[in-house]
Design a protein around this ligand. Structure first.
Ligand SMILES: [Zn+2]
Length: 387
């Protein structure tokens, strides 16, 4: 194997542009295993130049021309042969996508501006995954299963970023002049303010979800006040970003060589960009927990739909995932219900096809995980109740 990627040319169904998308070659990286929600662990590339590359960046193909985005799978690669898509879905999606794209400051455009595969791989991965969810939602009957698969991956990207937001690239550039260093000091302070706010809200959130006495109405009021604070905070970051760009433009005017000019990438990081987007689209998750919550909701809708999830392996897998995600977001009762469903459905399936070991291999693997994780969930629930 000489390269990590190969190119596949796919015509954009919306704008007709011929795009070449990169696909990761099998074996280009190895994983040490999978987390309990199937998130790949410890990815090691065989090509050192991709050491920091997140494979999730390539899960979705985004048209560089019109930003139409879809999971980069065989169905999309062969969309021209997909008569259902061409006859019943394409027209509506095309019209709605182009209409949204044409709007000033549209969600599609804003997400498109986050994409920069070389400089901002994490933001790019999140933006592409969100674009694909946005475009899926334009369908008359969006696939909950597909959206769940995209949301869970956004959760994994957040997980890979660690708990606290990284210091922005702009502020790590040399703090040369007085204005630059003071600008940096201010944006670092804003960052610290946000980190403290996040820690506070997480604490509030966990104590609220554990407390049995709090009413629904109180919880809603609390959530509203938190959202309002986050919105104001995002506005402050936006203003700081504008000022930073203005200052950097001025310093570049003064210094023709541009060498000492601060980076004009601004101070906006992915968390702020997403907070701003969330004001327009509620489906934007701001952290891992929220992304996993959305994923669990999509998988639940898929299950309730009755047609989306096929019996057997897929049903076991979906029940298990709802349970595993519910446990991760602290919804222990719901987790228990779905661990039980996964075990029931899985055991029935394995019993029915007991002579066909390859058919039930996946279900048996998930059954084992479900038993183990159901125990973990019971202990977590007990602990939460004791607090
Ligand atoms: Zn296009």
């Amino acid at each position: 194997m000489e390269t990590a990627f190969f190119n596949t040319t796919v015509e954009c169904p919306i704008c007709k542009k011929e795009n070449r998308f990169e696909t990761i070659r099998v074996g280009a990286y190895v994983e040490s295993g999978r987390d309990t929600d199937f998130c790949p662990l410890d990815i090691k590339w065989r090509f050192p130049e991709y050491a920091n590359c997140n494979p999730l960046m390539f899960f979705v193909a985004t048209c560089p021309n019109c930003l139409y985005s879809r999971e980069f799978n065989d169905a999309f690669k062969g969309w021209q042969k997909d008569t259902t898509f061409k006859t019943y879905r394409l027209k509506r999606v095309k019209e709605s996508h182009l209409e949204e794209l044409a709007k000033d400051g549209s969600i599609i455009k804003q997400l498109g501006e986050m994409i920069d595969a070389k400089k901002r791989p994490t933001e790019t991965a999140i933006a592409r995954l969100l674009l694909a969810i946005f475009d899926e939602k334009l369908n008359e009957r969006p696939s909950n299963l597909d959206m769940g698969r995209l949301y869970i991956r956004i959760g994994w990207v957040f997980r890979g970023m660690g708990g606290s937001p990284s210091v922005t690239e702009a502020s790590s550039s040399d703090a040369g002049s007085g204005i630059d260093s003071k600008m940096k000091m201010w944006s670092d302070s804003l960052e610290a303010l946000r980190t403290a706010r996040k820690a506070l809200f997480e604490e509030v959130e966990s104590s609220a979800s554990n407390g049995a006495g709090s009413s629904e109405e109180k919880a809603t009021r609390l959530r509203e006040s938190q959202e309002s604070i986050i919105a104001h905070e995002a506005k402050l970051f936006e203003l700081a970003d504008a000022l930073s760009k203005e200052l950097s433009a001025q310093s570049q005017d003064q210094d023709e060589s541009g060498e000492s000019g601060a980076s004009n990438s601004g101070v906006l990081d992915v968390f702020t960009l997403l907070s701003l987007l969330k004001q327009k689209w509620d489906g934007v998750p701001l952290n891992e927990r929220e992304a996993l919550k959305f994923a669990a909701e999509c998988y639940q809708s898929a299950l309730e739909d009755g047609k989306e999830v096929s019996a057997g392996n897929q049903q076991v897998q979906v029940c298990y995932l709802i349970a595993a995600l519910s446990r991760r977001i602290g919804n222990y009762d719901q987790a228990q219900d779905f661990f039980n469903s996964a075990l029931k459905v899985g055991q029935e399936f394995v019993r029915r096809y007991q002579d066909d070991k390859s058919r039930t291999a996946l279900a048996r693997k998930i059954l084992e995980l479900a038993m183990e994780q159901s125990q973990v969930n019971r202990e977590a629930r007990k602990e939460a109740l004791a607090q």
